[in-house]
Design a protein around this ligand. Sequence first.
Ligand SMILES: CC(C)[C@@](O)(CC(=O)O)C(=O)O
Ligand code: SF4
Length: 467
Amino acid sequence: MRVDLPATLFDRLWDSHVVKRRADGLSLLWIDRHFVHEGSHHAFGQIAARGAAVARPDLTFGVADHYVPTRGRGGPVADASIARMVDQLSANTAAHGITLFGLDDPRQGIVHVTGTEQGLTLPGLTVVCGDSHTSTHGAFGAYAFGIGASEVAHVLATQTLWQKKPKRMRINVDGRTAPGITAKDIMLTVIATIGADGAAGHAIEFAGDAIRTLSMEGRMTLCNMSIEAGGRCGMVAPDATTFAYLKGRPFAPEGALWDRAVEAWAGLAGDPDAAFDREVNLAGGDVAPTVTWGISPEQALPITAAVPDPGRIADPVKAAAARDALDYMALAPGQALQSVAIDRVFIGSCTNARIEDLRAAAQILAGRKAVVPGLVSPGSSLVKQQAEEEGLARIFTEAGLEWVASGCSMCVGMNGDTVPAGERCASTTNRNFKGRQGPGARTHLMSPAMAAAAAVTGTLTDVRRFA
Ligand SMILES: CC(C)[C@@](O)(CC(=O)O)C(=O)O
Ligand code: SF4
């Protein structure tokens, strides 16, 4: 007979990392992996000011991603302030003995792509980084979450963090999705259903057949956007797909250690009778290729739908938000989404720039031409190399798209990788608020295949037309 209460996966991860509980409800958690990037210089400044050392440089990893230029790599960084940030990361990591995947390292990439492809993120670990999309790493059954600058300093100095335990939420996507439906479509549908704050205060666990059948890339896309649903983190219980992805990765355990690790990871699932504070159920079969029409990720609809009419939205807050969105996005109520002309595409970001994403986009673009300009920025330098070896890069350039180096790029409008004011971009990223990709830029979020289809037709397009 079991004497302890049934536990969810999240309960297990939490309990196994608590070092100390405080009367006010906060717990001190042990942190297994800490990623730092160029933006982490404030935190290094804070520990320097206190004369503190980095407690566990062996568990801390640096990645240059947010500010790195995607062109002219191999030479010096032209922009002086960006060069300073990149240099500062190199200096701080060198001074503290931290492994760095720097600007010119062949493993460089967006931290959430590089960290996972290196096998640094493993099931059962706590993973933090000063970036909200750290939730991505939860795809491995890790408790992974973004932290603020002073928390980064706390982790640097102590390898621990004070946290309040989030509530538990399970999102079940049952049944199979139709062919061509991706994790991005599932997640945009989830966010449209529960709202951009629908998971506020909760740790999300994704479950159900439609999730189980996703690749690791797909699971990372889901968990990446947990934050766009307001969640503290997202996770998928580890399984054979997880282990197959991890086996042989540079930092993954090897030999007898690997066997022991897999045995332990296989036991990480939650108890079947464990209770969640909230459950949401979706039918995988109902998920269509989905795009956003507005300025919040919850303003998303199947591609076959029309732009909503704010006059028909009963909730006054949502109606006002829709009016504001249509005004910014220059869309008319009732307009068919597939009639919306786009000016540009962006295939990239920590959400959708892994090899599987690039393959999906290339499959649509092969032998075709893009009728609008566009940028493809692989999620990491290793993804870039692989895509070049597989001939994907050639497909993109022959279609007329620009193939550049890895970084946050047009996801955040860095280094001139911006969407000009008033232009409309079909984008594989995760955020579509006003001005995200540049002042006055209009963003439609979608999957890589959908972005590729939009590039070919010049309008938002149902990718199933290309099946
Ligand atoms: C630094 C910024 C652009 C960020 O990566 C920050 C974050 O996610 O915390 C983002 O995607 O909004
Ligand atoms: S790719 Fe975009 S969402 Fe991801 S970390 Fe960079 S800026 Fe943030």
